[in-house]
Design a protein around this ligand. Structure first.
Ligand SMILES: Nc1ncnc2c1ncn2[C@@H]1O[C@H](COP(=O)(O)OP(=O)(O)OP(=O)(O)O)[C@@H](O)[C@H]1O
Length: 256
């Protein structure tokens, strides 16, 4: 029996008169890659933003690893163990790759402002540990050779990997990736797929939004399909891809 990591029930989110999420319930099991797909405007990003604390849902419930995260702000969500990347890469462009990962790591450090000013031994030791961990993560995502390059000078594919390393630096239980393959060529996408599988196999649960349905079908353990703010299907890829409601949503057949 799978262990549930994240569970939402009856989530509603409205923007004025627009019902962006309508009574959506789903759960993500520990150790799986869970995908969210759906046509443009279906509510995927809205759901992602609700699950990472950026949007406050109107109604429903949201629990994560035993914590109640309903309406919790982003910093509480991160501390609880959910880390995310953004569709539009958000790195510190003037900082090096290594420094970007070290910033992500500080959320799990204990160093305080006084320690940083005094530069005492405990602070220096902690900084060294943060740097060592950042190197380990750069190696893990395969970009240690550009550790001292500024983020803005990295290739697109490397920037995406750096974002993942920075998110992993917070030691998440759930890594939420917003369109990580956007703009990638087929070989970059293939190696990104392998990285996501490695992350899952390393014990971090993965939540993914992605437009590349073929990639999602080949990668995800389970998939939920949103359409007009409603969950219309959920399950293993082989079943979801044959679901008439999913086919209809993607073929754009008129809705009643
Ligand atoms: N901040 C907002 N204010 C007003 N409307 C919004 C806001 N965010 C999303 N919406 C609307 O909610 C609906 C769902 O949008 P959302 O971005 O979640 O869809 P999506 O499935 O991620 O689409 P896409 O695949 O095009 O990114 C859309 O009609 C969108 O215009």
């Amino acid at each position: 029996m799978s262990e549930v990591l994240l569970k939402i029930e009856g989530i509603n989110k409205r923007f004025g008169g627009l019902h962006a999420l309508s009574n959506v319930s789903l759960h993500i099991n520990k150790g799986e890659i869970y995908g969210l797909i759906g046509p443009n405007g279906a509510g995927k990003t809205t759901m992602f933003n609700v699950l990472t604390g950026l949007y406050t849902p109107d109604e429903g419930s949201f629990t994560f690893d035993g914590c109640d995260l309903f309406r919790a702000p982003p910093h509480v969500v991160v501390k609880s163990g959910i880390a995310r990347t953004f569709q539009n890469i958000r790195l510190f462009h003037e900082m090096t790759a290594l420094e970007n990962v070290m910033v992500g790591r500080h959320i799990r450090s204990r160093a305080n402002a006084l320690g940083a000013v005094l530069r005492n031994k405990a602070t220096r030791d902690e900084e060294a540990a943060i740097e060592a961990k950042a190197w380990e993560l750069l190696r893990y995502v395969g970009i240690e050779d550009v550790a001292h390059e500024r983020a803005k000078n990295l290739s697109y594919g490397h920037q995406r990997r750096l974002e993942i390393a920075r998110a992993l630096a917070t030691e998440p239980k759930l890594l939420a990736l917003d369109e990580p393959a956007a703009g990638m060529n087929p070989s970059e996408t293939e190696s990104l797929k392998a990285l996501m599988e490695k992350i899952r196999d390393g014990g971090v649960t993965v939540l993914l939004i992605e437009h590349d349905v073929k990639l999602m079908m080949g990668l995800c353990d389970r998939i939920a399909v949103l359409d007009y703010g409603k969950k219309i299907a959920e399950g293993v890829p082989e079943v979801v891809r044959k679901d008439p409601k999913v086919i209809e949503a993607y073929l754009g057949v008129a809705h009643e």
